[in-house]
Design a protein around this ligand. Structure first.
Ligand code: G6P
Length: 581
C-alpha cells in the first residue's frame, strides 16, 4: 500500500527512483511523484495514473542536477487520486513521502489551521509535512522527533529539507529499510526496488530515525545512537523480470512446480526443521484475502489431525474478545508479512502470551521478525497483485505441518509426485484458454464445494473476480439453496469443486439442483465424469489435493481476465501489500 524510495549519493537519483517506483508499483498505482534536490533547489514532479505516466512527464521536463531524491507510488486513502494529492508533499521547507495512515490527521490539521497554516490537499500526509515544518527551526531530526510524538497511526516516511543536503527516514508499522551502496544510500519499502544496485540492507526498528549524508548514515532513537548489522539479501533480479512472459501472474503460476519441488526437497526428510504442532491443544489461524483461504485449508487439515482450530480474518480477529486458552498457537499467514491487520492480530496474540507462528514469504518483514516461530515459503518475489505461487506454497507448508502431526506413508508417496503432476496440469494452457472462452462473457459465476473443497472454491472465486472483474461468489455446496439459488439463471456458470471423497456425492446432488435450474456446470474433480465441462486432476492424498486443483483455477482466472482485456498484474482498486486497516 504505497511504495517509497529515496536516494542520496554520488549519482543523480532520477533513474534509480523511476526504476524503483516501477518495482514498487504493486503497492499502489493510482498516482505517483518524485522530488529531486540539490544544494539550492527542490524540484517536484507528480502525475496521476501509473508510473509510466510519471516517467513520461519526467522525461519531458528539464531535470535539475541533483544528488538527493524521494519518490512515491500511491494507493489513495485520504483524498481522491489526483495530482495535487499525489506525494511528495512540500510544506515550507519540508518535503516528504508517506506510506500508512495518520488516524488523528483531522485534529492535527484543525490545530495547525488555528496557527494559520494553509493546506492544499485533503491528504493526511500533507498534515505530517505541515506539522514537521511547524516544528522545524534549524534541526530536522528534532522536528521529526517532535512530529512523531503527535502522530497516531502508521507511517513510513522519507524526508528532505530545503536547508540541508541530507535524507531522513523513519518508520512505524509500515515497512522501510535502508539500502547501503558503495557511493550512496537508499531507503525503500521493499528491497526488490533496489536489488539491481545493492543487496546490502539494514532493518530499521520502529521510530528509529535514519539520517544520511553523502558518506555516512546514522540511526538514532530518542537521541541514542543505534548500531544495526548490515544484512545481505539473496533476492535475485530475475524475480523482477518478466522473463519472456506477458504477465507476472502467468510467470508466477509457471514457477509453482519448481518452487514446490524445492520446499518438498527441503522438508521431506527434515521434518524437524518445522515446528511441532502436536504440543498445542488449540490453534487459531489468521490472515487476509488469499492467505485466509490458505488458512481455511489448514483448519480442515488440523481438525482432521485432532486439534481444535479457530479461524478468522485478521481485521475481525484483532477486534474480537478472544479467550486464549493454555497451549494455544496462533498461525499468521501472510505473503508480504506487512499486512496491517495481520500484524495487529499477531501483536494481540503475542501480548496474550500465545505462541505465534508466521507462514510468510518476506524474511525481513514485521511478521517474520515478531513471531515466536517462522516458516518461510520461499516463493521469491511475487510481483502480480493477485497471489498465485505464494498461495500454493502457503498451502504446501500447512500440509507439511499437518503431515508432521500425523505422519502417513501414502502422503509421502504422493508428495514427491506433486511437482511433476502440477507441471503436466499447467502445460495444458490450450485447455484453460478454451474453457475461459466459454466464461469470459458472463457477469456472474458461482463456485460451490464442501470442507476443503469449499476453501478451494473461495480462492478460485477470489482469483476470478480480482483479475477479471466478473462478479463471482463461493458457497458451501449445501448452503446455496438457502437463498442464493434464486440467482441461478439459464446458463449461469457454476464451478463445483468435488475432490473430497466423503462429501463427493452430496456436492454432486447440489450441482444437480442448480443444473435443473438452468446452470451450466463446470465439474472440478478427480474422476472422469459426464458433465460437458470438467477439469480433472490426479487423485492424491487429501492433504495435497488443493495443490493440484487451485493452479487450474488460477489459469482460468488468468485467461478469462486476458480475454476481457483486464490489467492482469495490476487489477483496479487493489494493492498487493495492504499496510492500512
Ligand atoms: C491483498 C492482496 C491479496 C492478499 C492479501 C493478503 O489483498 O491483493 O492477494 O492475499 O492482501 O496479503 P498478505 O501479504 O498478508 O498475504
Amino acid at each position: 500500500m504505497c511504495g517509497i524510495i529515496g536516494y542520496i549519493g554520488k549519482e543523480n537519483p532520477k533513474e534509480f527512483l523511476i526504476e524503483g517506483l516501477k518495482k514498487l508499483e504493486y503497492r499502489g498505482y493510482d498516482s505517483a511523484g518524485i522530488a529531486l534536490k540539490n544544494k539550492t533547489e527542490t524540484q517536484i514532479i507528480k502525475s496521476v495514473g501509473k508510473i509510466s505516466s510519471l516517467e513520461e512527464k519526467v522525461n519531458n521536463e528539464k531535470i535539475i542536477e541533483a544528488n538527493i531524491g524521494i519518490a512515491h507510488t500511491r494507493w489513495a486513502t485520504h483524498g481522491i487520486p489526483s495530482e495535487v494529492n499525489a506525494h511528495p508533499h512540500k510544506v515550507g521547507k519540508i518535503t516528504l513521502v508517506h506510506n500508512g495512515i495518520i488516524e488523528n490527521a483531522k485534529e492535527l490539521k484543525e490545530e495547525l489551521q488555528k496557527e494559520n497554516v494553509e493546506f492544499k490537499t485533503t491528504t493526511d500526509t500533507e498534515v505530517i509535512a505541515a506539522l514537521m515544518n511547524y516544528y522545524y527551526k534549524d534541526d530536522v531530526k528534532a522536528a521529526i522527533e517532535k512530529t512523531i510524538k503527535r502522530l497516531k497511526g502508521s507511517y513510513a516516511l522519507a524526508i528532505i529539507c530545503d536547508d540541508c543536503e541530507k535524507l531522513y527516514a523513519i518508520r512505524c508499522e509500515s515497512p522501510l529499510i535502508l539500502g547501503v551502496k558503495e557511493d550512496g544510500f537508499f531507503v525503500t519499502s521493499d528491497i526488490g526496488a533496489i536489488i539491481n544496485h545493492t543487496n546490502k540492507y539494514v532493518l530499521l526498528g520502529e521510530n528509529e530515525i535514519v539520517e544520511m549524508d553523502y558518506n555516512n548514515y546514522k540511526i538514532t532513537k530518542n537521541g541514542q545512537e543505534i548500531k544495526r548489522e548490515i544484512n545481505i539479501s539473496d533476492l535475485k533480479d530475475k524475480d523482477n523480470n518478466l522473463q519472456g512472459y506477458e504477465h507476472y501472474m502467468m510467470k508466477e503460476i509457471m514457477e509453482e512446480p519448481v518452487l514446490v519441488d524445492n520446499i518438498i526437497r527441503k522438508y521431506k526428510d527434515n521434518l524437524d526443521l518445522l515446528p511441532d504442532l502436536k504440543k498445542y491443544k488449540h490453534i487459531h489461524i489468521v490472515g487476509c484475502g488469499s492467505a485466509y483461504y490458505a488458512g481455511m485449508i489448514g483448519k480442515y487439515l488440523f481438525e482432521d489431525d485432532g486439534i481444535k482450530v479457530e479461524i478468522d480474518v485478521a481485521s475481525e480477529y484483532r477486534y474480537r474478545n478472544i479467550i486464549y486458552e493454555k497451549d494455544t498457537l496462533v498461525i499468521l499467514i501472510s505473503q508480504s508479512g506487512e499486512t496491517a491487520d495481520t500484524i495487529a492480530a499477531m501483536r494481540k496474540a503475542n501480548s496474550n502470551n500465545a505462541d505465534t507462528l508466521a507462514i510468510v514469504n518476506v524474511e525481513t518483514s514485521t511478521i517474520a521478525r515478531e513471531c515466536t516461530y517462522k516458516v518461510l515459503i520461499e516463493a521469491g518475489r511475487e510481483v502480480a497483485v493477485a497471489t498465485t505461487k505464494a498461495f500454493i506454497l502457503q498451502v504446501l507448508i500447512i500440509s507439511l505441518l499437518s503431515y508432521k502431526i500425523k505422519e502417513d506413508k501414502k502422503y509421502l508417496e504422493d508428495l514427491v509426485k506433486i511437482p511433476q503432476q502440477l507441471k503436466v496440469l499447467l502445460d495444458k494452457s490450450g485447455f484453460y484458454k478454451k474453457l475461459a472462452d466459454s466464461i469470459y462473457k458472463h457477469e456472474d459465476v458461482f463456485f460451490i464445494g464442501r470442507r476443503i473443497d469449499y476453501a478451494i472454491s473461495m480462492e478460485g472465486s477470489l482469483k476470478l473476480k480480482e483479475v477479471s472483474y466478473i462478479h463471482s461468489d463461493s458457497y458451501q455446496a449445501g448452503e446455496l439453496k438457502h437463498g442464493t439459488i434464486s440467482l441461478i439463471n439459464d446458463g449461469t456458470i457454476v464451478f463445483a469443486i468435488v475432490t473430497d471423497e466423503e462429501t463427493h456425492d452430496k456436492t454432486i446432488s447440489n450441482l444437480e439442483e442448480v443444473i435443473s435450474r438452468g446452470a451450466h456446470p463446470i465439474y472440478v474433480g478427480t474422476e472422469e465424469c459426464s458433465y460437458e465441462s470438467s477439469i480433472i486432476v490426479p487423485k492424491v492424498h487429501k492433504k495435497l489435493q488443493p495443490l493440484l486443483v487451485v493452479p487450474t483455477l488460477q489459469m482460468i482466472a488468468y485467461y478469462v481476465a486476458y480475454k476481457r482485456g483486464c490489467d492482469i498484474d495490476k487489477p483496479k482498486n487493489l494493492a498487493k501489500s495492504v499496510t492500512v486497516e
